[in-house]
Design a protein around this ligand. Sequence first.
Ligand code: C2E
Ligand code: CA
Ligand code: CA
Ligand code: CA
Length: 272
Amino acid sequence: AKACGRDRSERFDEAMRAEATRLLDLEADLRRAILQDAFEPWFQPIVRVADGEVVGHEALLRWRHELHGMLYPAEFIGVGEDSGLIEQVDWLMYRHVFRHLAAGASPGYVSINVSPRHFRSGDFVERLLGLADEAGADPRRLRIEITEVALLDDAPRALRMLNTLRTHGVLVLLDDFGTGFSALSYLHRFPIQALKIDQSFVQGLGSGMHAESLALVRAILALAGTLGIDTIAEGVETAQQRDQLHALGCQYGQGYFYGRPSNAFEPGARIA
Ligand code: C2E
Ligand code: CA
Ligand code: CA
Ligand code: CA
């Protein structure tokens, strides 16, 4: 039994070492990728549910790795956040987005994702507005997506930041709504344009519907309606989900049903 225990702990050590090496490699790779600016935005349409009009796009981060091909945020954002490198990645990413905006290729707005720590760091708002200005991007075409965590830590400061952004025309979307420890009482205090209803609830709509998902989506829509905040359903994958969201009064949708992220904008057309 003793030998067996040692075996197990040795195997465990080995696995730990392999994992640590992998993470270290990824961190070194990430540093190199930052020097090379190996990042690019992909765009996914956000659509008005009632008539399929494309109102904007969400910019989603992609890393073109020299050996491993296209990497998705899930594969490197953890390492990026732990090492603090994600902020540099984000600035490179935002600059690409601003160039697209300046080129005038997109119908409607483009939203960018901001991690909570990045949002709370130093001079985020000034830097963002400065970079947009430098690139010739109209801030009124820009929106930022943040989660609730970004707001709750230092609420007065967060409020000042959102107000400054709004003064310049940058509206705010609250991402992954419903998954956090939603302290609903704060919602009315912040200038928030829209709640993005997390895809985990949206995927419980349509056929094979979950009663709890339906109840939650209903509650979020009622809350948003009361506060005069728009709603965007994330992860819409089927026509049934679209139909149900329409019946429930959700204004906007995003998901594979409407279009996958791609390196080109959806033309300003309608998507049923
Ligand atoms: P998110 O902000 O919640 O973005 C939505 C994710 O859902 C995206 O994954 C998108 O490709 C995926 N998605 C869209 N429609 C559907 C659908 O119908 N079904 C399913 N199953 N998935 C769908 P992605 O691109 O892999 O991004 C993952 C996360 O990485 C994002 O979640 C966001 O939190 C983060 N992220 C993305 N871009 C950036 C960035 O530029 N900076 C930072 N800091 N984080 C980013
Ligand atoms: Ca998002
Ligand atoms: Ca989301
Ligand atoms: Ca998310």
